[in-house]
Ligand binder design. Sequence first.
Ligand SMILES: [Zn+2]
Length: 271
Amino acid sequence: MHYVILRDDDTNALTPVNRLEKLYRPFLDRGLPVNLAVIPEVRLDARRPDGGIEGFLPGGHRPSAGTRRMEENPTLVAYLRANSGYHVAQHGCFHDCFEFDRVGQKAATHLMERGARRLHEAGFERPHAFVAPHDRFSRSGLAAAARRFEVVSTGWFELGRQPLAWWPHYSWKKARRAPHWQVGRTTLLSHPGCLLSRARAPETILPAIRRQVEGQRLTVLVTHWWEYFDAGQPVSAFVDVLHETADYLANTPNLRVISFGELARGGAPLS
Ligand SMILES: [Zn+2]
């Protein structure tokens, strides 16, 4: 059996419901869980590492000071809660650039707690999984995430960013060439880069996904809802690929799509 976790990053208080609905209705209707990495209190002038405004802020949005909490968009919150196929993971707190790559232990814990509080205030259950903005952790940030969450999903793991006490586990993972591993109660998941990305030629995406999914036990597929739209209009060729991916995931024998929560409950082996 092969397992897939679909992770869509960057849902926040400014995300229009119709974008998520356009992308994920075919998944929800087939009972395929969609894990949304939700920004609890988005920074209204959040920047990418290259200094540009983040793509998850609305087009034509004029950067302004301040933040917006999920709770402040009751329409979005109600939509997410009404569709049980959506599963919320915590995506940082404000989504500041490299938010968890530049923090010590105290600041990381404080940010994580604030983000968790914001999701709780919006009425969401405690998330099982944590995703750092830009998939980057400092050593302290990673240790703080592992203390609080059952699952940490990121790009890849580097020795220099592991807490020292984890080094033996990490060496064993490296020796086995395992993409995912376990430290204490926490499962640490890597992913093979954003296969569902507009930077890729549409016709190459599904074949790359199939190779990846069929080549290992558990694959985390990462995408970003905002990449599928240009000035509010869906980019058809890319949306089509996402929906063909839903067909593939739903119709392939010996393949199950699961949520982070299901993984946390022991719902899939790591290798
Ligand atoms: Zn993000």
